[in-house]
Design a protein around this ligand. Structure first.
Ligand SMILES: O=C(O)CCC(=O)C(=O)O
Length: 261
């Protein structure tokens, strides 16, 4: 069924910069995603996340479109695509599909950041992110923090704040249940928080960029030929596999994160 965002949902994305959709991932899909990510972590071992970057106190996997249909289903989800279009306009593509788990008892947060270190420009918003909850996000286990409305501040946190790592007086936690999806204008100041529990806080990040931006992970180079050959027309379009402008943009300059350490 076609999802049509309500006026209130569009208002919240525009004004506050985020929206939480509940119950997007059903029980069977959730189990399949948890199983597939655990298997992939096992397979990749020390190399997990290497196509993008590694992060202290977090487990990461990158390039997930190449790692199973169960992941490909995420990036063609109709509600997600509608929200990406509402933020970025009709010309957008996948930037990357990653897994991130805040490690148990990690005691370290991310700094507030905007994805790819970008501000909106004359054409509007350039980045959109979605966080797919594979576990409940609670105040204790490393839920994402964000500063409502900061996507229109015209400044990056590292320009505006003395210490982007510190708690911000207006920050809130994105709390939700496993199966929910957080949609976010990725110019919104946000970051992961410390996980003070004994279990990992698992999530997927499906990240989109406007068509004139490089992909964070250049899909044409990262996806194996057999994966590319298996994809539907719709997936090829979302991944910009046949888009020469994207080849020129992404070949040299992909791989930017919001905060580099
Ligand atoms: O997983 C999270 O809570 C947010 C992660 C994030 O913002 C990032 O890795 O850039």
């Amino acid at each position: 069924m076609l999802f049509v965002m309500t006026e209130e949902q569009i208002r919240q994305l525009q004004v506050e910069g985020y929206l939480i959709l509940t119950g997007v991932i059903d029980a069977a899909w959730l189990e399949a995603l948890r199983t597939a990510t655990a298997r992939q972590l096992d397979l990749e071992g020390e190399n997990a996340g290497a196509e993008f970057r590694k992060e202290e106190n977090a487990q990461r996997l990158a390039n997930l479109v190449d790692k199973g249909q169960v992941f490909q289903q995420v990036i063609c989800h109709s509600e997600l695509l509608e929200a990406a279009g509402a933020v970025l306009g009709p010309d957008f593509k996948l930037g990357s599909l990653n897994y991130r788990a805040a490690e148990p008892l990690s005691n370290s947060s991310q700094p507030l950041h905007c994805d790819m270190g970008l501000l909106p420009d004359a054409k509007g918003n350039a980045v959109f992110n979605s966080i797919w909850l594979l576990d409940h996000f609670t105040p204790e286990n490393g839920a994402t923090r964000f500063v409502p409305g900061s996507h229109v501040s015209g400044k990056l946190p590292q320009q505006a704040l003395r210490d982007p790592w510190a708690a911000h007086p207006e920050e809130r936690l994105a709390l939700g249940a496993a199966g929910d999806v957080i949609l976010m204008n990725a110019h919104l100041w946000h970051g992961g928080t410390a996980n003070r529990t004994a279990a990992p806080r698992r999530s997927l990040h499906a990240f989109f960029v406007r068509g004139d931006q490089p992909q964070q992970q250049y899909q044409k180079r990262l996806l194996r030929p057999e994966t590319q050959a298996s994809l539907s027309e719709e997936l090829r379009r979302i991944l910009a596999l046949d888009d020469e402008r994207n080849d020129a943009l992404s070949l040299q300059s992909s791989g930017r994160s919001g905060f580099l350490r």
